[in-house]
Structure formats: C-alpha cells, structure tokens
Design a protein around this ligand. Structure first.
Ligand code: MN
Length: 232
C-alpha cells in the first residue's frame, strides 16, 4: 500500500471527512486501533520511538477503548459510523456528547495524524495545487509561523490545524482537547497534536521546539492528497 492509497475521502458530502484507509467513513463499532504506516522509530530523531510507542499503543488505544465503551449499550450510537459520530458529536444528547467528542475525536485525530507524517527526508515538499494555495496564503514560512502561533496559543491540550475552505483557501486554527474541525463542518488537511503526551519525553516543556521540528516529518504527499480532496 502506498501513502496515496492510504488516504481516501470519506464521502461526497460537503463536510466529508478525510479518513486514513484504516479508518473507513462507514466503520462502525467496535472500533479498532489502526496500525502505524511505519515503524515506531521511523520518525527519529524528530519524534522518538518511546513517544510513538506510548502515543499509539497506549493513548490512541485508550481513545478506541473508551469510544467503544461510550457506544456499547447505546442502540442509537451503535448504528452510527465514525464519520457520523464525529461530524454529529456536538448535536448529541448531553449525556453522551462528552465521551463521543473526546474519544471519537481522539480516535479520528490520531488516525489522521499518523498518516500525515513520514520519515525525515521522505515527506517531499508541497507541490501542485497545494503549493499554489500555500503561495496564495503568503508562503510556507508564513504558514509554519501561523501554525506555531496557534500551537502555542492553545492553552493546555489540543491541536493546531491547517483547514481548507471550499475553493482552496487555507486557514490556520486550533482546537482544545480532542475537538477537531470536522465537528464544526470544516475540513483539515494537516493537524499537529500539541498534547504534552505527543512531545514531552523528548522536548519536555518546549512545545515550540517540537512544532518547529515537526515539519521535518510532514508527509507532503498525504497532505497534498488531503488538499486535493478537500478543496471542493
Ligand atoms: Mn495524542
């Protein structure tokens, strides 16, 4: 399977998610942990092996387990796909909303995150339509600076995102916890996990150093695929 094949558009709807192949839009529970598309140490030295092992095997697994617990025994939720759960999470009944936002979001966000990274030197560079959109945004250095600002501006745990609006305009945003743009009907092509569990072992409190280094493992082929599918 090549990286291009690993991504697919989840559906034809305006808010179609961009899900990794291992996480099909129509997947229903019980959900399972997707395999990493590379070895645990493949992102060294930017992201260390121990961080990847704990992040994938423990944190992501916990989101999957807790999502399954939240869905189990609820006939209405059990009928919903991962796409429906996440896209509709904020409209769910208050009693079940929190666990679905946190764990459905956590499962989706991490499944997405693994696919937009590649070993240093193998991620290519922005090209094609994405390169043009980045130029129109103000250039790659401005995009990186704005992502850093959003990453640092996210108090506590969360994510920094590059979203794409219909027509292909890029926008840099952030969300708290495991919230994501898809919950608000938006589409992301890139997201950086800025929870401490994503970087603390190697970077300790230096979130800025992690986010600046992260670009060395950006998988521009995958991000470009995301852009082409999302721009509408
Ligand atoms: Mn994480």
């Amino acid at each position: 399977m090549n990286r291009r094949e690993m991504l697919l558009t989840a559906g034809a709807g305006a808010a179609a998610l961009l899900l990794p192949r291992a996480l099909r839009a129509d997947d229903k529970g019980p959900f399972t942990l997707p395999k990493l598309p590379y070895e645990y140490d493949a992102l060294e030295p930017i992201i260390d092996k121990m961080t990847m092992m704990i992040h994938h095997d423990k944190h992501h697994q916990a989101y999957v387990d807790n999502l399954n617990k939240a869905v189990a025994g609820n006939a209405e939720l059990a009928k919903l796909s991962i796409e429906e759960l996440v896209a509709g999470a904020k409209k769910l009944d208050q009693k079940v909303r929190g666990p679905i936002i946190n764990n459905g979001g956590g499962h989706l966000n991490h499944s997405f995150f693994w696919t937009i990274m590649a070993p240093k030197g193998q991620g290519g560079a922005p090209d094609g339509e994405l390169a043009k959109a980045i130029e129109a945004y103000g250039g790659l250095e401005k995009l990186k600076a704005d992502v850093l600002a959003k990453a640092l501006g996210q108090f506590g745990s969360g994510w920094a995102w590059v979203e794409v609006a219909d027509g292909g305009t890029l926008k840099v945003t952030n969300t708290p916890n495991q919230n994501n743009p898809w919950m608000d009907g938006k589409k992301a092509i890139l997201g950086i996990d800025v929870w401490e569990h994503a970087y603390y072992l190697k970077y300790q409190n230096k979130r800025a150093d992690y986010v600046k280094a992260w670009w060395d493992v950006a998988n521009w082929k995958a991000i470009g695929d995301n852009f082409n599918k999302a721009k509408g």
